[in-house]
Design a protein around this ligand. Structure first.
Ligand code: CO8
Length: 260
């Protein structure tokens, strides 16, 4: 793994589970370009590492991430932003094949909320707050917030959050389907790792194909999504893990998945 300044990477935080911690605590993990580049590179390496099956991304208790780095963006013109092309980094993160779990405590705002929503699941501490407050600084969400938030919590709530910049508590976020669960703050990381461990026991082949298929639900019409799901379902039957998983069931034993 490369040396990183703004993230901490533990490839085997527990068996088959990697941990990336966003680590700019004084700036509430504001997502500057370097941090995002480090995150993209780390995810690519972990995605290619056969020993890793699930990746947990967290911040710290006070902040998952308080958004894009406003200080870095403040003086930029539209053409600067076009040349910087930061969203190609986000596009690559989105292509991560392994399941990503965001462990969120404290602020998940702007790009921080968008990063959590780019993950496949969100485990939140009871102190977590979610928001797209960009409107308050004269802009709007740019890394998928208008799309992912709307799909997750519905138009009315998403519109209100995006147009007023109001935050949503963890309790509201759970009620509206944005997150998987809320736990006391001292347990949020453990809970994310517990969920990761559960997924890491499954066939990595099936997990990859299933993740792709669930994501299609957001990206396409039902007909095409069902077609895509079916193709991936058939593809599972080309894996040794499928034979192992089904035989283990018949033989009443625990399967030993190999990711093949
Ligand atoms: N960018 C840069 N610095 C930040 C950011 C940020 N987003 N958020 C906090 N900080 C810094 C503060 O400036 C402060 O630094 P300093 O000590 O040097 O003054 C330090 O972190 C601590 O913050 P506060 O003193 O403000 O802490 P409070 O507890 O008083 O307030 C808040 C916490 C409410 C989270 C407050 O810091 C805040 O409102 N932050 C900005 C939130 C925001 O507007 N986020 C959206 C940013 S725009 C965006 O995300 C666009 C996304 C699209 C592109 C995505 C690409 C990555």
């Amino acid at each position: 793994m490369h040396t990183t300044e703004f993230i901490l990477v533990t490839p085997q935080a527990q068996p088959h589970v990697a941990h990336i911690q966003l680590n700019r605590p004084k700036e509430l993990n504001a997502l500057n370009l370097q941090l995002m580049g480090e995150l993209r590179d780390a995810l690519k390496i972990l995605d290619e590492d056969d020993a890793v099956r699930v990746i947990v991304i967290s911040g710290n208790e006070r902040a998952f991430a308080a958004g894009a780095d406003i200080k870095q963006m403040a003086g930029k013109t539209a053409i600067d932003m076009l040349h910087i092309d930061q969203f190609s980094t986000w596009d690559q993160i989105r292509k991560t094949k392994k399941p990503l779990i965001a462990a969120v405590s404290g602020f998940a705002l702007g790009g921080g909320c968008e990063l959590a929503m780019t993950c496949d699941m969100i485990v939140a501490s009871e102190t977590a707050v979610f928001g797209q407050p960009e409107i308050k600084i004269g802009v709007m969400p740019g890394a998928g917030g208008t799309q992912r938030l709307t799909r997750a919590i519905g138009k009315a709530k998403a519109m209100e959050m995006v147009l007023t910049g109001k935050f949503m508590t963890a309790t509201e976020a759970e009620k509206h389907g944005l997150i998987n669960r809320i736990v006391p703050v001292e347990l949020y990381l453990d809970e994310a790792f517990k969920l990761a461990a559960e997924i890491a026991e499954m066939s990595p082949v099936a997990a990859r194909l299933a993740k792709e298929a669930v994501n299609r639900a957001f990206e396409t019409h039902l007909d095409e999504g069902l077609y895509f799901e079916r193709k991936n379902f058939y593809l599972c039957f080309a894996s040794e893990d499928q034979t192992e998983g089904m035989n283990a069931f018949v033989e009443k034993r625990k399967p030993a998945f190999k990711g093949k």
